[in-house]
Design a protein around this ligand. Structure first.
Ligand code: MGD
Ligand code: MGD
Ligand code: MO
Length: 760
């Protein structure tokens, strides 16, 4: 059990021996050391399985070992020898398990059998698959379809996801929220308006051609560490990398490649960021406006002196719309305001702009630091504006690069897991499967939560994930969850969402991706889409954790057959027997993306879906790339007038994957032993009159009549801008009001929660 946190700044580079030590510790803890050989042979390799951790792309020519510290941890965590059997549930009542931490619950091991909650004994009891499906089917048939949610966390394969969305639509709704709603939904709303595509434009090969990288609000060392291999190569060409992040994240500072014996022996790191700017949380629109202003000034000089233009006027004139009003807005905005909102000096922003202006091919990388704000959409569109000024989209070595989260979160959207009907080829599905698909938009994550709170949702089916821990307003949501009639959770490990029980609650355990998925036609292949739109095949290699597990496609089919009338156009059993048939259906529904799907499975490095913006074809309302005006300079909910309000950033540690907590070491930030910490600028702490290491309470500054307050946080003096605080997700989620989400995308604003800090 964690106690007090110890903090000592981590002076070592990312990767290196620290990384090796950390993953060996996990391998031993999970009794999964024997899987290490396969890790080298099969992980992210053609013919092997694709990592379940992040969505970063897998190269055509992999490294000898194509994995990172955190991918290896995720794999050990999946292939652990520990088991949660029916005997475990005999020993532990659900009310007892509710006291366990997120770490301890998942650390208990892999679920082995389908279970149903028995309220009389307060225990989960084993149930046969037949009985579970039949009962769930009968209950769902009794529900009004519009009150049932089909949630998906972004891990399930393209095959499972396709079947799952079809199940929801045949059942009668488009209630298909997914983890993307809490994540890069902001990207999916912002990019189509700007450049006519919901996904990034950059491919891995662009990194070999780029001569400048901008990075905003993404923590590469922890959340997409294999990207560091690429960045290291980029840096070996002396390419500048400009980072904007309130925290100095080690991954952006220095990296020693554990797969590079020379570097390991000498411990001589590669410096990654060449400029590191620390804006305040929510200060990026202002920072980017400052860079745009500096670019205009450099361009004015060039025009005056007859030098080389900084703006790409040819691109702007031929390919974009809205530049004049964008330019006017930037010229109108004063430096004083920019500096105040961003927390960065004019000199710093001019320096960043000068480096950007000198480059010919620029990639902009970003993550949750941009998407999880009130004006998250404006954040992303502002970054696109910066690129458009210099024609940096749709040419080799350049483009916009959102780094996605879950390993198939982007792909789930591609094959129809979407609550928005406009994103799905419903007419084609109607023809293919002979039914009338529901035409009304379904609920996204926030709307599903609102429905649960309002009592209009009666049942929740979760294909993976830990919904109740991942969403905002935990306390309100847990209470409301108990009023659901039915909760069905398809999962690999036990988590808190499984323990907050509904009228009827089922736990349906499934295979992990690295396990062999044997069906009637033999071992199966599944596919997923990475952050750069490349589709990869994955073949499990390990013996399943239990003989009772079903694959995700088999579970979806089992539910579908139990709830839906038979339909000769949807042969669920045949699909489960041979997933190649599901890929044929995906190809029929999405022919542009998936032509010759089964024949392209093993292209090294995957095959890329077409992205029109890569070819400078802009599928927007204007037929051009649109400059979009930000609505304000601050992306946050608080307007900065009350100095008592600080902005809380909620973060992932180096020892977690979302709500899965591997351990209590955030090595790269130097924090060990506890996650109940708040990182604070020393001056802020002194201003509040609090001693170093004091225990503090955070209270959300929102006047909606709900008190959201948490104590027991240990303060740590940290290199963080004044007015910005940082704490861990999901521990801090009770502080986030459900209604504080990004406008338009409804992504919860987890990166600048307005809070007040007091002593305890
Ligand atoms: N090992 C591991 N890998 C993961 C995950 C994991 O939990 N563990 N999660 C996966 C998922 S689902 C996702 S979505 C991704 C998430 O990966 P990231 O996008 O990296 O998300 P976060 O860790 O939430 O934080 C991002 C960074 O944004 C910075 N930041 C916060 N506020 C601001 C701001 O206002 N402006 C700027 N410029 N920066 C800001 C934070 O300091 C932090 O470094 O990673 C995926 N990969
Ligand atoms: N405050 C705050 N809140 C956030 C965020 C934040 O940065 N700050 N980030 C948000 C983001 S970006 C995301 S993506 C969400 C994540 O939200 P989710 O995707 O819902 O949560 P995870 O923690 O990834 O889910 C972990 C559970 O998934 C199950 N699981 C693991 N592998 C598999 C599998 O292969 N199949 C199945 N069926 N189940 C599996 C296990 O039972 C495990 O307990 O959280 C969001 N919430
Ligand atoms: Mo995510």
């Amino acid at each position: 059990m964690p106690g007090r946190a110890r903090y000592q700044r981590y002076g070592q580079p990312t990767g290196g021996w620290g990384s090796v030590k950390s993953l060996v510790k996990q391998a031993v803890k999970q009794q999964a050391v024997s899987t290490s050989v396969s890790l080298v042979r099969d992980h992210n390799k053609t013919g092997g399985y694709m990592c379940t951790s992040c969505a970063w792309t897998k190269p055509a020519e992999p490294h000898l070992a194509e994995f990172c510290e955190n991918g290896a941890k995720a794999t050990f965590w999946d292939l652990t020898a520990r088991r949660v059997t029916p005997a475990f549930f005999d020993q532990h009542r659900v009310s007892e398990l509710l006291e366990w931490s997120d770490h301890d619950l998942e650390n208990a091991g892999r679920l082995t059998q389908p279970m149903r909650y028995d309220p009389a004994s307060d225990r989960y009891r084993p149930v046969s698959w037949e009985e579970a499906f039949a009962d769930i089917g009968a209950r769902l048939r009794d529900c009004a379809p519009e009150g049932v949610i089909f949630y998906a966390s972004g891990r399930a394969s393209l095959e499972t996801s396709f079947m799952y969305q079809l199940l929801a639509r045949l059942y009668g709704n488009n209630n298909l929220p997914d983890s993307s709603n809490m994540c890069h939904e902001t990207t999916s709303v912002a990019l189509p308006e700007s450049i006519g595509t919901p996904v990034g434009t950059v491919l891995l090969e662009d990194f070999t051609r780029t001569d400048c990288i901008l990075s905003f609000g993404q923590n590469v060392g922890t959340n997409a560490p294999r990207l560091l291999h690429t960045l290291q190569q980029v840096r070996s060409r002396d390419v500048p990398i400009i980072v904007f992040n309130p925290l100095r994240e080690r991954g952006w500072e220095e990296f020693v490649n554990p797969q590079h014996p020379g570097q390991m022996l000498t411990n001589s790191p590669t410096r990654i960021a060449t400029q590191y700017h620390q804006p305040r949380a929510g200060g990026d629109i202002a920072a980017m406006t400052g860079m745009a202003k500096a670019l205009l000034a450099l361009d004015d000089d060039a025009v005056m002196t007859g030098g080389r233009r900084v703006l790409d006027m040819d691109f702007i004139n031929r390919h974009t719309q809205g530049f004049a009003s964008f330019e006017a807005m930037v010229r109108r905005t004063g430096w004083q305001q920019i500096v105040a909102e961003s927390g960065l000096s004019q000199t710093m922003l001019e320096e960043a702009a000068r480096t950007y202006a000198q480059a010919q091919a620029v990639i902009a990388i970003y993550g949750m630091g941009l998407t999880q704000h009130k004006l998250g959409v404006d954040n992303v569109q502002m970054l696109v504006n910066l690129l458009l000024m210099r024609g940096q989209i749709g040419k080799p070595g350049a483009g916009i690069c959102p780094v996605r989260g879950h390993s198939n979160v982007q792909g789930q959207r591609t094959v129809g897991i979407a609550e928005k009907t406009a994103l799905v080829p419903l007419d084609r599905m109607a023809d293919l499967y002979g039914f009338a698909p529901p035409r009304e938009d379904g609920m996204n994550t926030v709307e599903a939560c609102e429905g649960i709170l309002a009592g209009t949702v009666s049942a929740f089916v979760g294909l993976g994930g830990n919904f109740l821990r991942a969403i905002p307003d935990h306390d309100l949501m847990e209470k409301a969850w108990r009023t659901l009639d039915l909760s069905v959770q398809v999962a690999t490990k036990l988590n808190r969402t499984h323990l907050v029980t509904a009228g009827t609650t089922y736990l349906l355990p499934t295979l992990v991706r690295s396990e062999i998925d044997e069906q009637a036609s033999g071992p199966q292949i599944v596919t997923m889409e990475d952050s750069t739109t490349r589709i990869h095949a994955s073949r499990g290699k390990h013996k399943p954790a239990s003989p009772h597990l079903l694959s995700e496609p088999a579970i979806v089919a089992g539910l579908a057959k139990a709830v839906l009338p038979a339909n000769p156009n949807v042969p669920w059993d045949q699909w489960v027997a041979d997933y190649a048939l599901v890929r044929d259906e995906i190809e029929k529904c999405f022919p542009e993306d998936f032509h010759s799907f089964n024949r392209r499975l093993d292209i090294p490095g995957g095959f890329a879906r077409p992205v029109p913006a890569r070819e400078r074809v802009w599928e927007t309302d204007t037929g051009k790339a649109n400059f979009k005006l930000p609505r304000a300079l601050s992306a946050s909910f608080d307007d900065g007038t009350d100095t008592g309000i600080m902005r809380l950033v909620t973060l992932r540690s180096n020892d977690q994957f979302n709500t899965t907590i591997y351990d209590y070491d955030d090595r790269l930030r130097g924090i060990h032993g506890s996650r109940m910490v708040i990182l604070i600028n020393r001056e802020d702490r002194m201003r509040l009159g609090l001693p170093d290491g004091a225990t503090a309470r955070l209270t959300t500054a929102a006047d909606d009549g709900v008190r959201r307050s948490m104590g027991g946080f240990q303060l740590i003096d940290y290199d963080i801008p004044r007015g910005t605080l940082a704490g861990y997700y999901p521990e801090c989620n009770p502080l986030i009001p459900l209604w504080q989400h990004a406008e338009e995308s409804k992504t919860p604003a987890a990166k600048s929660v307005p809070v007040r800090l007091t002593a305890e």
